[in-house]
Design a protein around this ligand. Structure first.
Ligand code: PBG
Length: 324
């Protein structure tokens, strides 16, 4: 059993290029919302250019993105309302998500870095990131379910499972289960520093994951909390075996991103979230102004120390060759 396997981030050329390549383009990750069905390609309200896609349509979009130099994707499995329940039962056999992973890997192999979000909120009927008992979000029992979800993604062939739930101890638990299953080249990207932000609104509509009651304040970080707690979370995740540390959201937390990047030894990712995307996309109709704003925002993440930038802007930037 090994807790930390530094080789994971070097395992494929596409992983090395994503993490260590020193261009903005090579550090971009494009998020996708995957739904069950066929021929589905529905625009998501509030997120111009981003669609709900079934696996067949996803493959076409990734093909075009890939040819423009985008070599990393982050997949969110959207679970239909009638499949949701209090225990997120559908999350670890969300067949469309597993099919998306398998088909992308069959087509691109090691040339594409495939990441998947691991959380309960898209599959729970109450929309919380963990199991709820007596009105409280319980920790350890939720971790057991997260482990099963992560394992199912790992078996389907993902490069990185991305734990976004903010339960304590989940990186240790996922790492142990990957070791036990001998999936020793599967990485863990941890949403280590995830704030209880108001910038997740469009995403929650897209993923149908708005909490039915209460909020995420007992697990996501308090927006007033500074870099000390951020570094605590990052260091914990490093010691538990996270291969990549993520800070989320991006723009309101550039200070935290800078401090974290100076204090950890694993690569650091930042998530330029849905609300940040919507805000910028609504700011102007003029394409040249938008181009300049997007480049300025993405550059700020690199300047603040991000190795990897997850952003809904990735596609437009790549397809229009704005970085060339
Ligand atoms: C799942 C998850 C969320 C996001 C990524 N993973 C939503 C949340 O925590 O409520 C937000 C991403 C975005 O806003 O773009 N827990």
């Amino acid at each position: 059993m090994m807790n930390v396997r530094p080789r994971i981030n070097r395992w494929t050329k596409s992983r090395r290029d994503l993490i260590f390549g020193n261009s903005l383009l090579s550090s971009l990750v494009q998020p996708h919302f995957v739904v069950d069905g066929e021929g589905i390609d529905d625009p998501i309200q509030g997120m111009p250019g981003i669609h709900h896609q079934s696996v067949d349509m996803l493959l076409k979009t990734v093909e075009q993105d890939f040819s423009c130099g985008l070599t990393a994707v982050m997949l969110f499995g959207v679970v239909a309302s009638h499949h949701k329940d209090p225990k997120a039962s559908h999350a670890h056999h969300a067949s469309h998500l597993l099919r998306a992973v398998a088909e992308l890997k069959a087509k691109y192999g090691d040339d594409l870095v495939v990441m998947t979000d691991v959380c309960l909120c898209t599959a729970t009927s109450h929309g919380h990131c963990g199991l709820v008992d007596n009105g409280e979000i319980v920790n350890d029992a939720s971790v057991e379910i997260l482990v099963n979800i992560a394992l199912s993604h790992a078996e389907a062939g993902v490069d990185y499972v991305c734990a976004s739930d903010m339960m304590d101890g989940r990186v240790t638990a996922i790492r142990k289960s990957l070791e036990k299953a001998e999936l020793t080249s599967t990485g863990i990207l941890s949403y280590s520093i995830k704030y209880e932000s108001s910038f997740y609104g469009p995403f929650r509509l897209a993923a149908n994951s708005t909490p039915e009651f209460g909020d995420r304040a007992t697990h996501q970080m308090d927006i007033r909390s500074g870099y000390k707690e951020a570094i605590l979370e990052a260091k914990l995740d490093e010691s538990e075996g996270a291969d990549i540390i993520m800070v989320k959201p991006g723009l309101p937390y550039l200070d935290v991103l800078r401090k974290v990047s100076e204090n950890v030894s694993r690569p650091v990712a930042v998530y330029n979230v849905s609300g940040e995307y919507a805000m910028l996309m609504n700011a102007t109709e003029d394409e040249l102004s938008r181009q300049r704003m997007i480049i300025e925002v993405l550059t700020s993440f690199k300047r603040a120390g991000a190795d990897i930038v997850v952003s809904y802007h990735a596609r437009e930037v790549a397809r229009k060759c704005w970085l060339k």
